[in-house]
Design a protein around this ligand. Structure first.
Ligand code: GLP
Length: 265
């Protein structure tokens, strides 16, 4: 199985004074190879730093990574006992017991299968504005107290969001309550049995929170992501495309499969 690394990608001409050359693009032939590669990065981090602090993402894209990590725990003894993890976001309002919550998503797809004791997802339980602000501050403080994020895993939404930082989210934004873009709610409609059931808000780590991670690994899979992948690499870096901010990070890699990378490879 061949995996190609292009650095920088050959078809991409940056439009402005970008830091494109800083972004590695890792192209895998298919989804399985993509997920294995990302799982390798995370496993290598945990092996070199057993008390690593992970930032994890939800969505369909990282599912294969979580399956690969669970398998490595089961078959190879990859040890999560000293790992701490913080998830990017949670719908608001959302009960942590709801099967539609990102908390349950992470339990069902990863944490029920590995020996990690310290994992957090923002608390989406309905409460007062003051309480939400405190929840967000506490989340930032907990990341800080854990030593900061060693590796932040990201997907990318069709709006160019990362986490739930929709267009308009500033580079310095922190964990906060946000309003979801209509496209984002549409993309979530199936899982909620109709767009009318999709919450209009969410709590998300900010772009600034994400950018403080020591390493960023953004993933994209499938042809539906090829256009946004192209834009993330070629559009002007701006708050209109929050995922483009990853190009300003000094240790970021965009990992794609061939379908998602077809406009850039
Ligand atoms: C949601 C999540 C994002 C994720 C995005 C893409 O909006 N909050 O973190 O990156 O979906 O999801 P998918 O991987 O299913 O395309």
């Amino acid at each position: 199985m061949s995996i190609i690394v292009r650095f920088p990608p050959k078809k991409v001409t940056p439009v402005s004074n970008t830091c494109l050359a800083e972004v590695g693009v890792f192209a895998a032939p298919d989804y399985a190879a993509l997920c294995n590669h990302v799982a390798d990065l995370i496993a290598a981090l945990i092996q070199s730093k057993p008390d690593a602090v992970l930032g994890l993402a939800t969505g369909a894209t990282p599912l294969g990574v979580y399956a690969a990590l669970a398998r490595r725990h089961r078959e190879e003894g990859l040890d999560f006992s000293r790992v701490t993890s913080f998830n990017l976001d949670e719908y608001y309002p959302m009960s942590p017991r709801s099967l539609r919550s990102y908390r349950q998503f992470m339990a069902m797809n990863l944490f029920d299968y590995v020996n990690c004791q310290h994992w957090s997802v923002p608390d989406g339980r309905p409460t007062s504005i003051a309480q939400i602000a405190m929840t967000c501050r506490d989340y930032e403080q907990a990341i800080h107290d854990a030593g900061g994020l060693d590796l932040q895993l990201l997907g990318v939404g069709r709006t160019g969001h990362m986490g739930f930082n929709e267009p308009g989210s500033s580079l310095h934004s922190r964990t906060r309550l946000v309003t979801l873009a209509p496209v984002t709610r549409q993309d979530a409609a199936l899982g909620f049995g109709g767009i009318e059931n999709v919450p209009t808000q969410a709590i998300t780590m900010g772009v600034g929170t994400i950018m403080e991670a020591r390493q960023i690994v953004m993933m994209a899979s499938g042809s539906a992501k090829s256009e946004i992948v192209h834009r993330v690499l070629t559009d002007e870096i701006s708050d209109q495309l929050p995922a483009s901010f990853m190009r300003l990070h000094e240790n970021a890699v965009l990992c794609v499969d061939e379908a998602a990378g077809r406009m850039i490879l």
